[in-house]
Design a protein around this ligand. Sequence first.
Ligand code: FAD
Length: 605
Amino acid sequence: MERHTYDVVVVGAGGAGLRAAIAAHDAGAKVAVVCKSLLGKAHTVMAEGGIAAAMGNRWPEDNWEVHFRDTMRGGKMLNNWRMAQLHAQEAPERVMELEDWGALFDRTDDGLISQRDFGGHKYARLAHVGDRTGLEMIRTLQQRTVELGIDVFMECTVTDLFKDGDAIAGCFAYWRESGRFIVFDAPTVILATGGIGKSFKVTSNSWEYTGDGHALAMRAGASLINMEFIQFHPTGMVWPPSVKGLLVTESVRGDGGILKNSEGKRFMFDYIPDFFKAETADTVEEADAWYEDKKNNRRPPELLPRDEVARAINSEIKAGRGTPHGGIYLDIASRRTPEFIKKRLPSMYHQFKELADVDITSEPMEIGPTCHYVMGGVEVNADTQESSVTGLYAVGECSGGMHGSNRLGGNSLGDLLVFGKRAGDAATAYANGLGANRPKVSDADVAAAQASALAPFEVEGGENPYSIQTDLQQSMNDLVGIIRDGSELEQSLVAIEGFKERAKTMKVEGHRQYNPGWHLAIDLRNMLIVSESIAKAALARQESRGGHTRNDYPKTDPVWGTKNLVVTLNAAGTGVDLAEKPLPVMPEELTKYFDAAAKPEEGKN
Ligand code: FAD
């Protein structure tokens, strides 16, 4: 069996993984990056809008305090305050560093990095490259990774973590092409595997988002936090069916696009919650004037945080005011010139032209909510990103806490850079401190990991993993989706138990060389643990807040605003245990940014 020794193994080559690997390398570690698709194909590459960082290039009034406040308010105060603070303070430096490494951002007239408006951010704050920011970010990080000579194992999936006592000792993986196994001996593993969107039928996420890092961490004994909070992005494509769920960037609204129902009404004015009333325009005149004069006007309601807009769209569709294909209209054609649209939103123009035969410079788009991002993830130390397992770190979308109950647009890319660097630094410091005293991988654990990976080939006459996956995705969409209800969540947990039973006897045909059925059988185990974590936490949280809306508990409850839900794997390893945990207490010097009116008031979500 192929075997390698490193100081730091980073699982995932999105923005978080690459930034962590660069930091670990710069701090003197021998580093490997392992990723299950080709280098450069992570979700980060799909990010369109930009990186949120209070650089003050368009608004000198902007600073880390305002960004911190916006982030906490967007997350309905459930964020880990320390992560939100570090993120707001360090994001500008991380963006400047990307520029030093060759990233070519769009410019202001003064030659500074351009910053655009996004929902929930008080000031134009997203550093961007047209609507292809993620592509430029990945290009830059990837180039630097390669220049530094960091080893990359691509098309290689990690299936198990190894421990020696309580500490990480390495991980187990297989080459997707040959099916051959690899053991990594390493005292630190940084999980940077991204999200969980493939557990839902309608999603903007790709095949890679099967919650592997979340499940690997749980199986190693770490906890997950905030798993009930799933971001349903308000604007995904709804037609044609083959592209249902594909993202339509928030930049369309940031650049002037408005939402209309089938009666032609600009309906978002009917959905402004009290929590955001003071800073949201309540007339069309003021909303439109804001694009030209942001100082003297309040923001349009189309730029409320994503959870608010997604719920509003959902309500309009449910009330029978949807489009022919079950969405809502997003109109930029009647508001901006074709030249403006093609310059600011080139990807959107091509996406609709090529996939839906819609010219967005002359027709409205049809859009609807799509599962986009998981706020929940591995519970980590805010400063180091270390989990409760020694030597195990998590960063980026697979970590939890930073975004609370709802992430603001642009705050993910900033999160990847800020905490990627922190995780790489911390993992290296720990590995260096071990000297010759490194945890060891046991032969028995390697044999067990191999047997577990090969188990689906051993089953006689079992079920195809694709049919289980399809049923799981439908069930999560129907029962754990954007609007939830206690009885449906209970049904979902019964359904998940059924899928778990079926998965015990799933069968894979053929051999180990590039076998997508086998790959899915391995991923499905992770999807099932993650889905159970989401459904259990969603059932327990009896209130509505951010990315968790309960029909039967429609109000935001201040009591729930004081605690997080944390999930772990049960002792038998067969299911999920759930516990409540008080929020970390925010120090007084930060509470001053939130007056009483800033707290999500009882009775509104
Ligand atoms: P990813 O970039 O997804 O990388 C995950 C990596 O883990 C991949 O390399 C994958 O191969 C690897 N991996 C997974 N499992 C395994 C395994 N078992 N073994 C080995 N490797 C594994 N956020 C913003 O801030 N601004 C935006 O404008 C924005 N736009 C978006 C647009 C779209 C269409 C989408 C889908 C998301 C957008 N987001 C945006 C969110 C943001 O892009 C993601 O949250 C972020 O890129 C996640 O980065 P990551 O490094 O955590 O994971």
